[in-house]
Design a protein around this ligand. Sequence first.
Ligand code: MOS
Length: 730
Amino acid sequence: MSQPQAAVGASVARVDARLRVTGKAKYAGDNNPDGVVHAVIVDSRVGLGRITGVDAAAALAQPGVLTVISHLNAPKLPPVQSNGYPPGTPLRAFQDDKVRFFGQPVAVVVATTLEVAQHAASLVQVSYDAERPSTDLRAAPPADNPETYARGDADRALSSADVKLDLTFQMARQHHNAMEPAGIVARWDGDKLTIWEKCQAVQYSGFSMAAEFGISPENVHVISPVVGGAFGNAFRTWVHSVIAAIAARRVERPVKLVLTRRQLYFGIGYRPAYSYGLRMGSDRRGHLTAAVHDVNSETSTYETHLEDTLVPGRMLYSTPNVKQTHRSVPLDVNTPTWMRGPGYSTGAYPLESAMDELAHELGIDPIELRLRNEPADDQSNGLPFSTRRLRECYTTGALEFDWKRRNSRPGSTRDGDWYVGMGMAAGVYDTQRAASQASVRLNADGTALVQSGTSDMGPGTATSMTQVAADALGLTMRRVIFRLGDSTMPPAAGHFGSQTMASVGSAVQDGCDKLRKEAIALAVKDEGSALHGADPADVEVRGGRLYATDEPARGETYQRLLSRNKRAYLEVLGSWAPPEGAARYSLYAYAATFAEVAVHARLGLVRVRRMLGVYDAGRIISPALADSQALGAMIGGLGAALLEHTVTDHRDGRIVNANFADYLVPSHADIPDIRAVYLADGEDLVADPIGVKGLAEIVCIGVTPAISNAVFNATGRRIRQLPITPELLL
Ligand code: MOS
C-alpha cells in the first residue's frame, strides 16, 4: 500500500523562501526578548601566556555599562567532560588566567546598547605575561596518539612495486565564513535557561549548555528555527554561548551576543591545516598494490580534533596493502571542527591527485585507471556495498563532460594566452544516520502539522520534509506545515553529517504512514463512510481525499471523516532508527567531479571554465534543493582549490586575514558553467526506508583534486598544495 508520489522528486520552491528573501526570517541575533541587553567579547591580543591584570574601570564608568566579567569575577562552573567528540576538555568561560590562543575571550562587557558595549570593550585594559605560541603545523611535533590502520604488508609491497609514487601534499586551513555570524540570546527564568542560538542541533546544544552549568537538560530550551549557513561550525556549543548565559545570569536580563566577522576566525572552529604524505605503488597495468598514508593535522592543546581523513584511502580503490597513520599536532590555536565534507574531502585531495599522477606515469586514462581499481567489496571491513555506482558516475560524467576531447598530453592545448586542461576525481562520503522522531497531527480542516527537533542550517530541511510528509499523507504541500529547530520537539538527528534526510525523513515518513493508516482504519470501520467495509490495503489518499483504488469515485475527504467522527485531529508519533548491532553493509555515497580550467601563461591565474558533478547519492527527494547543495559545494570546492587560505602570523599567533576582504572566497565572476547530475533510479533501501544516502557532503568531495588535476593537464605543472595561488604557477 504505497502512496502516489507527487511532491517527492518534484522541483518545488522552498516553503520558507518568502520568509527568507523578505528578511522576515528571525535568525538568532534578531530576537529581542523584553529587557534584552548587549554583550561584546574582549579577546586576547596575545597568542599564549597568562592574564596578569584586567582593568575594567574605564569601561564600567561608561553610562549604560552593566558589568564587565573576566576570570577575576566569573562564577565557578562545574567541571565538564567531553561527551566523546572531541576528546579533551572544552575551553571554559573565564575559569582561569591562561591564554591558550590568540583571540581567546578574556572578558565580556554587558551594556544597554550594542554601541556602548562595543566602545566599553575597547576600554578594557588587559595585561599579559606573553609567550611565543606554537602555531605552525610543519614546525611542531605531533602528539603521541596516532590513529592507525593497516592491512597486508604495505612497506614490502611498496618496495617491490613496478611503479612508485612518493608525494607530499599541503592543505591550508580554511574557515567556514557562513553568512549568519555565530550568535545567541540567552535568558534565565529562575534556573531555567532559554537560548535563541545559531545551531545545527538544538537538542545537542541543550545538553551541552546544561552540562556547562550543571543543570538538567530539561531546564534548557533551545530555539533555532532558521540558520544562515553553518557548514559544520554550529554543531558544537562554543564558549561565546556560555559567556552569554553567564552574563545574562549576572545582569538578570536577557543578553544578546553576536560574534564579529573577525571573531569568527577564532570563535567557532575551522577546517584544520594538513600535511599529507602519500606513497603509492602499482603494477605496470595500473593495479594498485600498496599505499602508505602519513598524515598530520592541526588541533588545539586542549582538544583533539581528528577527522575521517583516512577512510577514502582504505576503501575507495582495490588496494591489497595499506598502511595509514594520522597524527594530530597540538598547537596554540582554538580547536578546529568539521567543515563541509570533513575528513573525506581532505583525504580525497591527495588520493585523487596521486591517482592522476599514476595515470599520467602509466599513460592510462584517469577514468580507465580508476575502473581498473574498482573493488568488489569494501576492503576495509569485507562488507558488501549497499549500492555503489561509481562506474556509472564515471561513464555518465565522461559522456556529459565530453571527456574524450581531453588531450592527455599536458600543456598541449592553448587558447590565446591561456593553457586549457581537463581533470576529474572521484569522491566518497559515508551514509550516516541517527535515531529520529517526528510528531504528525492531521487537523479536522484537512491541514497537517509535522514537527521534529532537528535543525536546518540553510539548505531547506523544512521543504524536503514537507515533500515526504505531503506524499505519505496524501496532501498537497500547501496543506502541510513542517516545524523544526526547537528542543522541546520530538528528539531527532541534528543537521550535520548529511544524515538529516535519511534519519528525520524516515521518521516523518513513518509518522505520516501511521497517521494515514489510522485515518483509513477509521473510514473502513465507519458505517457513515463511503469506504465502509473496504480493504484498507486498497485505499489511497490523494489531495486530502481517501478513495478505493479499484473504484476511485468511492471515497471521502479527511475533513468529512474527522468531522463526522467528531475528531478535532488525529495525532501520531513517527520514529525511525538505523538497525542496531554490527553493520552488514558498507554504506557510502559516491561522486565523480569533472573540471576544465584555463591557466594564464604569464600570470599564473587559474580560471575554472566548466564543472560537472555526477552523484550516486540514493534517491533525490528535492531536485532543486539538491542542485543548490551541489552547485554550492562545487563553488566551495573551487574556493578551497584556488582561493581560501587562513594565514597565521606565527610570531604571535594572530590570523592576519580574519576578514572578508583578505580571506578570499569565490565571487560571481569566478563561477563558471556548473552542472550536477544524479544517477536515476538511485534509491538505496538498505540505507533507510526512503532510500537516500545523503547529499550535503558528497557533493564537495573530489572538487579540489578535479581542479588540481585539470591544472596539471593544462600546464604540465604539479602543484601539491592548496590553494593553488597564481605565484605557484609562475
Ligand atoms: Mo556538516 S561539516 O557535518 O555540518
